[in-house]
Design a protein around this ligand. Structure first.
Ligand code: FES
Length: 169
């Protein structure tokens, strides 16, 4: 396995692994966590880090390995918006909806982005270019409203400038 990069949790986030290799790593995670209280959410989080999203194939694998009904696994995946069953877009846009950003126009940024991208929060554009999410305070409240695209932070965002920002991608 060629490991290019590791996330904060030490998980490989390279794209060069085969599906079998990713499932093998998910199996290791399950072995480590399956006997702990509330382990399903933890396992799903780590599996999404490994796989990028949680398609039915992965949900079935987790259900089997954890001896849980598929309906329980799918129920949790569907309930929490941070789990996704479709591959993420190439870029992830996150609009801060912390208090400072919210009162200084964060909601308008969300509405304008929904219009421009033609999707709702939590969705990915049809061309798979952007996934659109909201975030909690990102620690730049003095320069609200704030949004991020991947690792880049955009401060004092103006809804009229959004198209220009997105055009860079
Ligand atoms: S509330 Fe948005 S950066 Fe703090």
């Amino acid at each position: 396995m060629s490991v290019k990069e590791k996330s904060d949790h030490g998980m490989c986030i390279c794209d060069e692994e085969s599906t079998e290799q990713k499932l093998a790593r998910i199996a290791e995670v399950i072995e480590r966590y399956k006997n702990l209280e509330g382990s399903l959410i933890q396992v799903l989080h780590m599996s999404q880090n490994i796989f990028g999203f949680l398609p039915m194939e992965v949900q079935k694998f987790i259900a089997e390995k954890m001896n849980k009904p598929l309906s329980e696994v799918s129920g949790v995946v569907t309930f929490y918006s941070f789990f996704s069953t479709v591959p993420p877009g190439k870029h992830t846009i996150r609009v801060c909806m912390g208090t400072a950003c919210y009162v200084r126009g964060g909601k308008k940024i969300v509405e304008r982005l929904e219009e421009i991208l033609d999707i709702r929060v939590g969705e990915t554009t049809k061309d798979r270019k952007f996934t659109f999410e909201v975030a909690r305070c990102v620690g730049a409240c003095g320069l609200a409203p704030v949004m991020t695209i991947d690792d880049v932070v955009y401060k004092q965002v103006n809804p009229d400038k959004l198209e220009l920002i997105l055009a860079k991608y």
